[in-house]
Design a protein around this ligand. Sequence first.
Ligand code: MD3
Ligand code: FE
Length: 203
Amino acid sequence: RDRVLGPGVLLLAGRARATAPGLIAQIQAIAHAAPFRRMTTQGGRTMSVAMTNCGTLGWISDSRGYRYTTHDPLTGLPWPALPDIFIALATEAAAEAGYPGFTPDACLINRYEPGTRLTLHQDRNERDFGQPIVSVSLGLPAVFLWGGPARSDRVQRVPLDHGDIVVWGGPARLAHHGIHPLAEGTHALTGRARLNLTFRRAG
Ligand code: MD3
Ligand code: FE
């Protein structure tokens, strides 16, 4: 089931299934301290994805643009710590993909409901693009849109299901990517939602 999707991209299909209930319990605890919120963009739009973070750094967007912060602007508190089970999952997946030195300092947590989408973008706020991003999909399935380094590059559709882990590194690190509007549905563990964790070395 594990397969290379392209240069620098390893899919570990269903790898997080066994730990999913524990991951979801941790997400609930994190969201209690740092609530999910829909952030605004520099252009004044409200994102349809609800987000929160854990780790020493958290990704935010507001009227001043995109960046990482040490504190949650909503509460004024430091972002909640990365749970040990998050660190273990991300470092093991990265090591399997050929990044034995990967230690995440940031985890962006995205929550999608049916109809929610994420438009094509690049992740460029991290310091070292030599470090991969590890993503974990939980709950409702999604169609991932995967393009190239230029916005005009052809876009592939990749289904992402509950428990799938994908490691994005090397030439894939600066690919444009997004999520197609989520289809209607309910999942036994997340209800009417998809949760996505992205582990990053931001600082
Ligand atoms: C490929 N999240 O948080 S995860 C994001 O499902 C983001 O919530 C999507 O894009 C989600 O920024 C996709 C897979 C992913 C994440 C980051 C990447 C793929 C990536 C960065 C570079 C290349
Ligand atoms: Fe992204």
